[in-house]
Write a new protein. Structure first.
Length: 132
């Protein structure tokens, strides 16, 4: 005799359901924990060569990680060039706290032969950063 499929599915359904919890009813916007957790996860995933957006004194700057340490990172950040961005002519690496890293971004897109770039993720922060 073959096993009854209906009986097996009831076990699967039970394993797929998530338990209800009083803790889940808390509004995420009121709880700073998700942001702190996301920041910790971001710090664990950063590696040399990642392109990131860093917040320095309220302005957002795209950059590339050169050295990643426990509490911070050395990175080279782009500067404004008209409506686009450029890498500095002279290589400079500035130390930033990992708390200043906003997010990982995609590689900047070269827009012309003069070395100007655009960073699509900057559009999200246009109202925050007056320098871009």
């Amino acid at each position: 005799m073959e096993p009854d499929d209906d009986n097996d599915s009831s076990e699967d359904d039970a394993s797929l359901s998530l338990p209800a919890s009083d803790d889940e009813s808390t509004d995420a916007a009121d709880d700073p924990k998700p942001l702190a957790v996301a920041q910790k996860q971001l710090k664990k995933t950063l590696v040399v060569g990642d392109y990131v957006l860093v917040d320095f004194e309220g302005a957002k700057y795209p950059g590339v990680l050169a050295v990643v340490k426990k509490a911070g990172a050395e990175m080279s950040v782009m500067t404004k060039s008209g409506v686009n961005l450029k890498w500095p002519q002279k290589t400079d690496q500035i130390y930033y706290s990992l708390n200043e890293v906003v997010c990982v971004i995609s590689e900047p897109i070269k827009v012309n032969a003069r070395g100007t770039y655009k960073v699509p993720e900057m559009k999200q922060f246009k109202t925050i950063s007056s320098s871009f």
